[in-house]
Ligand binder design. Sequence first.
Ligand SMILES: NC(=O)C1=CN([C@@H]2O[C@H](COP(=O)(O)OP(=O)(O)OC[C@H]3O[C@@H](n4cnc5c(N)ncnc54)[C@H](OP(=O)(O)O)[C@@H]3O)[C@@H](O)[C@H]2O)C=CC1
Ligand SMILES: O=C1CO[C@H](CO)[C@@H](O)[C@@H]1O
Length: 348
Amino acid sequence: MSDRPVRFGLIGFGAWGQHHANAITVTDGAELVAIAARSDTSVAAAKEKYPDAAVYNDYRELVAREDIDFVDVVVPSHLHHAVATAVLQAGKHLLLEKPMGVSMDECDDMIRIANQQKRLFAVGHELRLSSMWGKAKELIDEGFIGDPLYALVELSRNPYRQGADGWRYDIDRVGSWILEEPIHFFDLARWYLERSGQPERIYATANSRQPGRPELQDNFSAIMHFSGGSYAVVSQTLAAFEHHQTAKITGTKGALWASWSGAQDRTRHPTFSLRGFDGNEVVTIPIDKPTGELFELEDQVARVVQAHRSGVPLHCTAEDGRWSVAMCLAAEASVRSGNIVSIGDYIS
Ligand SMILES: NC(=O)C1=CN([C@@H]2O[C@H](COP(=O)(O)OP(=O)(O)OC[C@H]3O[C@@H](n4cnc5c(N)ncnc54)[C@H](OP(=O)(O)O)[C@@H]3O)[C@@H](O)[C@H]2O)C=CC1
Ligand SMILES: O=C1CO[C@H](CO)[C@@H](O)[C@@H]1O
């Protein structure tokens, strides 16, 4: 494989897209050659910050360029499908932010086109690359806790940002608030309980602080049962302060307890710890580098570069992204009906 830098185009230059731009520019072997934004303000901001990159106000001009290898899509969730299909149809590899799509049809359509075009398709579930959430996975796989039986992934944080033009508070554009952040935790819980087979059913409940906006669910909890007998609890409140995330995983022999805290999700100065009990003693497990979504974002760009250059497996494939969307939609159906929902109908 050639050693020339992997050439990236970035679509979306909002709060998170700007961090993607930075992650691309600090990654060895990656080059940010073009950015597409929508408003004049974002176009001007992109030009000022990245004078060497071409900046477009129509993403179709970016995808039409022949010299781009990978396109990184960081636009509001209801636009993922339209933008991602244009990228794939133009024959580019794709890194698409979560949620992969807002419906199963969207996910299936994108997977079909990626397969047809034989393109790489990674989804932005970056927590899988974390030195801490990932270390927990490694220990589980090594048998540190025995057979896993239970996983709790929990977040308490401040309210979501509005997003450009308020898309995050418009249910038709955000899809649901489950697709916004609990989707990461479904992905983690499934990863941790991988040895327990497939999840079979889910029960979820939620409520809103705004009586007139019941669809904006500040509090959300779900229980997901796996075929092997284990179960996972995913729980989130947006009615709290700062950003505090915990995972507790227990097995036939021991337990793990990971926690992360920061003034906000995008901090470079978090506190975090991973403690474990292997059935004999409680230990603090050293974490070899800082963890947090800004760090993992850089690791994610590095990973897709390696995948492109040397065929290293993607950290999160389109099938993984699809699975997590399915889980959110099943959870949503359970919240709506008040019933336990069979997951097979969603993931088949
Ligand atoms: N994996 C993770 O941890 C995270 C993932 N995300 C995901 O990333 C995505 C973006 O979120 P975020 O950055 O917070 O949202 P923002 O609203 O802050 O940014 C969205 C950006 O998309 C731009 N945009 C909208 N339409 C177009 C278009 N047609 N062409 C080009 N750009 C367009 C907007 O442009 P303009 O500014 O001109 O209006 C805006 O800059 C979402 O899907 C979100 O779920 C977000 C945070 C963390
Ligand atoms: O991880 C995340 C942090 O919060 C954001 C919302 O504010 C989400 O979009 C995102 O997925």
